[in-house]
Structure formats: structure tokens, C-alpha cells
Design a binder for this molecule. Structure first.
Ligand SMILES: Nc1ncnc2c1ncn2[C@@H]1O[C@H](COP(=O)(O)OP(=O)(O)OP(=O)(O)O)[C@@H](O)[C@H]1O
Ligand SMILES: [Mg+2]
Length: 507
């Protein structure tokens, strides 16, 4: 569709040419609530609540699952942001409730809280307090809201008590609690195993999603996100944080001279699209993200430093396995008419009629185009495949290695279909630094050197990743071979001698 001033005014005059005889007022029927937030996943819905906490200046946001008798009952999100007054909480609970936004805020539509909550739960309770103000609370029950948009007012003493509860967060000035009851996705059976499975899966998805979309704010420490589970009878479980996952966090570039910036400057539109090339398929979380690598190529859009689009080509290009190393980033702080607009769920942009042509015409400082970028990303993948094919197969890494390191090793070379090589600590009589057990495929390290090597830190199964990686690279051939030849024996003696001297020096 071609959209220009002339065609718009032509449509306007076509509209006024239709005769009318008056107006009727047709407010939305309450059942329109049912359609709200239908596209949200649990992690996407939580992100809407976290967006609001960030807009409220929160530095800490805790997401707590509450269970009783192994049955999950509630999800509670607590923040230490500036909170809301009585007037503000009424606007907050109103669908489309309007207020003035600062340019750096994530909120825009007055929908997120309600749409996200009703997509997941039948009851939404919000309790809040401004610094020095009194506690206020409101509750929407989907059932009664559907009849006449009537919202419950929560007893202020109850709201105050909930806000004063020790949430084990640093003391903040104000704060807000958003609570979901009757959560639709929670398992119904209440069996221990099923609840455990659900929580494990939900934690993993939430950490990946929030770690990715807020990675910049998490890296800078602007906000800190936490997850835990409270069992009403048995107390609190372990709290975990949400670590940042930077989709551009590659160790080295995949192609010389990239990344480059495609610059769009046209009639008041000024945009820069930074074109990155990953250095080959990688097992790093930063590359894998949620595992759907094909969907994660393409355009990443940051809106006020919050990632709102995680890949996709917006019609510029088809998803193509050959382009898995191509990721472009774009920064925006508002809609740009005819070019792009932010989806209300903040899970992507809609591109307008001019987007593709502007990007295809854009150039980098050294004259490269979008088409050159696509070619370079394709070549980088071919080159990395060629390199991988040339590498010799090695044993997989077994126990003693952090999962992340195991994955990284397995991504770098083809694996032999044999017992994995483990590196473990054990008491070994005498001073020898290591002992090898080829039958069990274990390289044993003498426990007496553990404290010295780990600099006094408490040991764990996967400790000392750098040391273990170097030992893996050194010893792998010894374990992989059919027999130990005279040359291997000589090497082993040499390594034993030198490693023992080095380990003693560490002591
Ligand atoms: N945790 C919170 N702390 C302080 N105020 C909040 C919090 N959550 C919601 N609010 C208030 O409620 C309002 C409505 O939130 P809601 O998410 O529904 O819409 P929005 O953030 O304004 O826009 P959008 O639809 O883009 O999310 C917010 O603008 C904010 O004023
Ligand atoms: Mg919002």
C-alpha cells in the first residue's frame, strides 16, 4: 500500500461524503476484558509488571510463587519503586487509564498491567504506598469486572501490613505489590513432582526471557530481579536472581570489519541499524537464548534500553538457516510514522510501508549495504562450517565441568561416541598432582592442592573451570587413544613432574 498525504486526504473526503443523522454512545461491553492479553505467555506477562516497576524507579523486583500443600496458589510481584497514591492507583486499575509519561518510560497505553494479569489470573490485587503516604489497595475480580467494571477497595490496614511484610529486599521508600490469584497456568493436581516440574520449567523460561529483554538494565544494575518460592507451611525456598543475557555478547566478531552501522537519514528520520555477525554457531547462552536460534536471527529492537523485539526480519528477508549468525540492533524511543510502531504488548515492532525501502537504501560509513551484510553473514557461517569440519573429533566433557563449559566444548568440535572425560578431586597418596583412570575415563586431581588452587574459595563439583579446561585439552588424547604408547608415557611423566612442582608452588 502506498501511503501519502494526498491519499490520506482523499480518504478523509470520502468519509465525510457519507451522510449521518446523529450519534449514539457505545462504550465497550465489560466482556471485552476477555480479549485482553490473549497473546501473553507467563514470562511475557511478568515482563509487563516488571516494566511498570522499572518505570516506577524500582531497583529491586521480587517475583514470588506461593504454594500451600504443594499446590501453587499465587504469584506475587513486589518492588521498591515510588509506589502509588489513592488517585494514582485508580488510574492504574483503569483499562486504558491515562497519565503523563516521561520520554524514557516503557509504559504507553495504560493496558499492560490489566492485560498481562487477566491473561494469567482471574483475580488481580494491587497494593501500594508512596513514600510518607498511606497504603492503598484495589482488586479486580474478572468475574465481577465482567458484569459492571466494579473494582474492590482493599482495607488500608491490610494493604499496609502486606507492604510492611519482610520481603527481604533492601529498605525502599515506597513500594508496590501486584498479586495474582487463581492463576490459570498453575498445575491443578498439586502433586509434588508436577509442581516441581512446573516451577523448574517456569523459572528457566522467566530467567531466559527477562535476562534477555532487560539485559542492559541488569548489566548496569539499574534494576535487579529475583525469583523465589514460598511454601506457606514450610517457609522460603532458595532465591535466585535473573542474570543478564546479551544477544550481542559474542567473544570475537565473526567477520573482519563487522559490526557496521547502516545509517538511515531521510526527511527528519534518523536511525542507525548496527549489523553484527556472530563467530559461528555457539553453545553460549548469549547465542542460544531460548533455543529457537532460527527465530532469533534478524532485527533486535531496543525501546528505552528494554529489548522489545528479539529477532525476525520484518519482511526484509526470509528466515534462513544460513543467516543464523546475523543479528542487527536498533534503538528507538518512540513510534516513527510510516516506518515503525511499537506493539502494545512490547514484544515487537510493526513496520510501516517505508521501513524496508529505507533500510535497503541505507549505507554504512564504508559504503556497505544491507545486501552486503546478508552476504557477509552467509559467508561467515560457511567459513565456520568449513573450520568445524576440519577439526578432529574429541571426547565429550563429563562431570567436573560447568554445564556452560560442557556445551561450549561440544559446540567447538565434533564429539567421539565414547565415555565422556571427567575431571574430579580425590585424595591421592603422595605428592602426585594427578592420577589417570582410563577404564572409568576420569582424570583424578590430588585433593591436597584444591584449596591452594582455588585461592581458598569453597570447592564445588564444577570448580576451577580454567584449570580444568586446560587439563582437558592436554589430557584428552591420552584418554581417547586405544593404547598408551611410549610417547604418551613419556608425556605423562613429564606433565606429572611439572604439574606437581607447579601445584606445590601454588601452596
Ligand atoms: N509497580 C508499579 N509501581 C508504580 N506504579 C505502577 C506500578 N504498576 C502500575 N503502575 C501504574 O499503573 C499505570 C498503569 O499500568 P499499565 O501497565 O496498565 O499501563 P502503562 O504502564 O501506563 O502502559 P502500557 O499499557 O504500555 O503498559 C502505570 O502507568 C503506573 O502509573
Ligand atoms: Mg505498563
Amino acid at each position: 500500500m502506498v501511503c501519502c498525504v494526498n491519499s490520506l486526504s482523499a480518504t478523509a473526503s470520502a468519509v465525510s461524503a457519507v451522510p449521518t443523522t446523529g450519534t449514539v454512545r457505545l462504550p465497550p461491553a465489560p466482556r471485552s476484558l476477555d480479549a485482553l492479553g490473549r497473546n501473553h505467555t507467563l514470562e511475557g506477562a511478568l515482563a509487563e509488571l516488571v516494566d511498570n516497576s522499572i518505570d516506577a524507579g524500582a531497583e529491586h523486583v521480587l517475583m514470588r510463587f506461593v504454594q500451600r500443600n504443594e499446590q501453587l496458589e499465587q504469584l506475587v510481584v513486589i518492588d521498591d519503586g515510588h509506589g502509588m497514591s489513592e488517585g494514582e492507583i485508580d488510574v492504574a486499575m483503569t483499562i486504558g487509564g491515562e497519565r503523563d509519561y516521561e520520554t524514557a518510560e516503557i509504559g504507553r497505553f495504560g493496558f499492560g498491567l490489566k492485560a498481562a494479569s487477566f491473561s494469567q489470573a482471574s483475580v488481580l490485587t494491587v497494593m501500594s504506598r508512596r513514600a510518607g503516604g498511606s497504603a492503598v489497595g484495589r482488586r479486580w475480580r474478572l468475574e465481577s469486572a465482567r458484569k459492571d467494571f466494579v473494582c474492590d477497595v482493599i482495607d488500608t490496614a491490610y494493604a499496609g501490613k502486606a507492604l510492611d511484610h519482610d520481603w527481604e529486599l533492601p529498605p525502599g521508600s515506597g513500594g508496590t505489590i501486584v498479586r495474582w490469584d487463581q492463576v490459570k497456568g498453575f498445575p491443578l493436581s498439586g502433586s509434588v513432582a508436577e509442581t516441581q516440574r512446573f516451577l523448574q520449567d517456569a523459572f528457566a523460561r522467566i530467567r531466559t526471557h527477562l535476562g534477555l529483554i532487560y539485559h542492559r538494565l541488569l548489566e548496569r544494575g539499574t534494576v535487579n530481579l529475583f525469583l523465589d518460592v514460598e511454601d506457606v507451611d514450610e517457609g522460603l525456598g532458595q532465591r535466585v536472581d535473573v542474570p543478564p543475557i546479551d544477544p550481542f555478547g559474542y567473544p570475537r566478531t565473526g567477520a573482519a570489519h563487522w559490526p557496521k552501522e547502516l545509517v538511515i537519514a531521510d526527511e527528519g528520520i534518523s536511525l542507525a541499524v548496527k549489523c553484527h555477525i556472530w563467530p559461528g554457531r555457539s553453545a553460549l547462552d548469549e547465542f542460544r537464548l531460548d533455543g529457537d536460534v532460527l527465530a532469533r536471527q534478524g532485527l533486535y529492537v531496543y525501546y528505552n534500553n528494554r529489548l522489545i523485539q528479539r529477532g525476525g526480519w520484518n519482511g526484509l528477508q526470509h528466515n534462513d538457516k544460513q543467516l543464523n549468525l546475523a543479528r542487527m540492533s536498533l534503538e528507538i524511543d518512540r513510534d516513527i510514522p510510516e516506518v515503525l510502531s511499537i506493539k502494545p504488548e512490547k514484544n515487537g515492532i510493526e513496520t510501516g510501508p517505508r521501513f524496508a525501502s529505507l533500510l535497503r537504501a541505507a549505507e554504512t560509513a564504508d559504503g556497505s549495504s544491507f545486501a552486503d551484510y546478508i552476504d557477509a553473514a552467509r559467508d561467515a557461517l560457511k567459513e565456520s562450517n568449513r573450520r568445524d569440519r576440519g577439526r578432529k573429533a574429541r571426547l565429550p566433557a563429563g562431570s567436573g565441568f560447568a554445564p556452560r563449559l560442557r556445551r561450549a566444548l561440544s559446540a567447538e568440535f565434533p564429539l567421539r561416541d565414547e565415555e565422556p572425560l571427567s575431571i574430579r578431586w580425590a585424595p591421592i597418596g603422595g605428592d602426585d598432582f594427578f592420577a589417570i583412570d582410563r577404564d572409568e575415563c576420569v582424570l583424578w586431581l590430588n585433593k591436597r592442592y584444591r584449596t591452594a588452587l582455588s585461592g581458598g574459595r569453597a570447592g564445588s563439583l564444577n570448580d576451577l573451570p580454567v584449570v580444568k579446561l586446560l587439563l582437558f585439552l592436554l589430557f584428552e588424547e591420552i584418554f581417547a587413544g586405544q593404547n598408551i604408547g611410549p610417547r604418551d608415557r613419556d608425556n605423562l611423566e613429564l606433565w606429572q613432574e611439572l604439574l606437581t612442582v607447579a601445584a606445590k608452588a601454588e601452596q
